[in-house]
Design a protein around this ligand. Structure first.
Ligand code: FAD
Length: 314
């Protein structure tokens, strides 16, 4: 046996872990070429875009809050084109495209996947329409049947882009916060929860008509917070949480997702004022006021090519 200095051993094992993780990510995620099958308006702010086509063959959502990365074409292009969809080269090729031709990469949630007996896949994605000057929102607003995009999505159901992971066996209640961007994920989570699971949920939406009907057999008590403009948006949500009784389970799990500042404020409240175990709080900033996803990605990657779809985690 060769003796190795502890540092070298650690460095080698860190390298091996990194390589194993990269290989796992490569096996779990790959490019798909979905096309728009139909669209449907939900509520005031939501547009459901249903994708299908042969380019979705082999897509395997893990359910819950499964996310994926979409590549959406610039306004003057009908379909998304990338110079490479090869795992090793796509990132550099995409970054190297001229600004006016480069598709935007955006994170979204698989609201639902349906797979027909013949293997044909349909995937619903619920887009929040928040204005025509934001590329993804604008693309959704003009989506029509037949438009083809590219996506990096799951090829296996057990993958790291399912963030809803309550500790098995010990979690007996759930606290949820979602704004409109995370409502699709929250709705998918609620649908899958075991009957009778105690849930206290806070859903913040921009408009009265965004209080969507949500199906669940959990014992869910939902407080809707309809946003008003101006300062104090995070405080309004925290006030609603502060005023509420939380489920009195032995080991509640909290799942928080939405605008980064509000998510952080709710997390702070739960950990500092309600004594939730910080390890049982899963929190994800889905977007940040005043920052496009490019800016968040630049921070998240800090120069590294992603091997799976990104998330602007706090
Ligand atoms: C894991 C994950 C899952 C997500 N799932 C969904 C989903 O299912 N549906 C969904 O709609 N979004 C979802 N999002 C959020 C979505 O990726 C962001 O809202 C994204 O910024 C939208 O891109 P854009 O091109 O429209 O705006 P950008 O170009 O990224 O941003 C432009 C400007 O708009 C602001 N902005 C971004 N989003 C909003 C918004 N919703 N309302 C108001 N202002 C906004 C930004 O702060 C920025 O100032 C998810 C994000 C993550 C990380």
């Amino acid at each position: 046996m060769t003796a190795t200095a502890p540092d070298a051993e650690n460095a080698e094992s860190a390298e091996a872990t990194e390589a194993a993780e990269a290989a796992e990510a490569a096996a779990h995620f790959r490019f798909f070429a979905p096309e728009v099958v139909r669209t449907r308006r939900l509520g005031h702010s939501f547009l459901r875009v249903t994708f299908g086509g042969a380019g979705l063959a082999g897509f395997r959502s893990g359910g819950w809050d499964q996310s994926l990365s979409l590549f959406l074409p610039p306004a003057h292009r009908e379909h998304t084109v990338l110079p490479s969809t090869d795992e090793a080269t796509w990132f550099g090729a995409w970054r190297g495209m001229p600004d006016e031709e480069r598709p935007v990469m955006r994170s979204y949630t698989v609201r639902e996947q349906r797979t027909a007996p013949d293997g044909a896949v349909e995937v619903d994605i619920d887009f929040v329409l928040h204005g025509d000057s934001s590329p993804a929102s604008a693309w959704a607003g003009r989506a029509v049947t037949g438009r083809r995009i590219l996506a990096i999505g799951p090829a296996v159901a057990e993958n790291k882009s399912v963030r809803f992971q309550p500790p098995a066996g010990t979690t007996d209640a759930l606290v949820m916060y979602a704004d409109e961007t995370a409502l699709p994920a929250a709705a998918a989570v609620l649908e899958r929860l075991a009957a009778g699971t105690p849930v206290k949920a806070f859903f913040e939406v921009p408009h009265e008509r965004d209080r969507l009907e949500l199906a669940t057999s959990a014992d869910a008590d939902i407080t809707w917070v309809v946003r008003t403009d101006g300062p104090g948006r995070a405080e309004r949500v925290v006030e609603a949480v502060r005023a509420a009784e939380l489920p009195t389970g032995q080991a509640p799990y909290a799942w928080l997702a939405g605008e980064a500042g509000t998510v952080r404020a709710v997390r702070r409240h739960l950990v500092q004022e309600r004594s939730l175990d910080r390890r049982a709080v899963r929190f994800t900033g889905y977007w940040r006021l005043g920052a496009s996803e490019e800016q968040l990605l630049a921070e998240a990657y800090a120069g590294q090519a992603p091997s799976e779809e990104p998330s602007a985690e706090l």
